[in-house]
Ligand binder design. Sequence first.
Ligand SMILES: [Zn+2]
Length: 260
Amino acid sequence: MRIGAHVDPTDPLAEAAARDAEAVQFFLSDPQGWKAPKPREDAERLRDADVDLYVHAPYVINVATLNNRIRIPSRKLLLGHASAAAAVGAKGLIVHGGHVNAGDDLAVGFDNWRKTFAYAADSGGFPLPVLIENTAGGDNACARHLDALARLWDALGDYEVGFCLDTCHAYAGGEELLGLVDRVKAITGRIDLIHANNSKGAFNSGQDRHDNLTGGTIDPELVVAVIRAAGAPVIVETPGGVAGQAADIAFLREQLGTAA
Ligand SMILES: [Zn+2]
């Protein structure tokens, strides 16, 4: 099982080494901005590395929204990130499930997701797996509650779609972690990546506030159980820099009985 962390994008391989990580996730552009990612000068080094790479798409992306001025640039930015992530040899591009605005029909949001994959298919398809991530908050989210996730997967039909399960988002979003992997897999058929995070917010608080694995409001053993059940690679998106994340990775290896 590959275990790693979300790191600063300047030198992801150095960040991996500092944490004794087998995988890293990073941004290719400002996560709060709309700028397309620039080609990376270290692309070949990244492609050749024996560290598994994951790219997280900017937070501003919301392909579900009925607001054209957000949805259309979101699609473009997502496709641009997919190309740029493939160019560095990433194993997946993680993108949040998105939401519609209050009063808007969530069914249109799911159909906007379908259109996003259709748009990508028109230009040859996504060049790497796109992993839709569950989110913690909001009343109109496409991937907070499992009933919405099921409708999203129905809308996406035959498109090749991956799933990233974030333990903080699930718990804070109001989904019990016990047995969650089976309930998710019954919908998605797969879990490609686990974001292993504890939560500063309470169960069903809707708060997206990550904590270190042995801190927070979630019993750490439940996070470990989710990882064990999913059997997927793990990225911690926890605070505390190198020391905090290295401790979280070491904790998981110890609990899972896996050496680096
Ligand atoms: Zn996450």
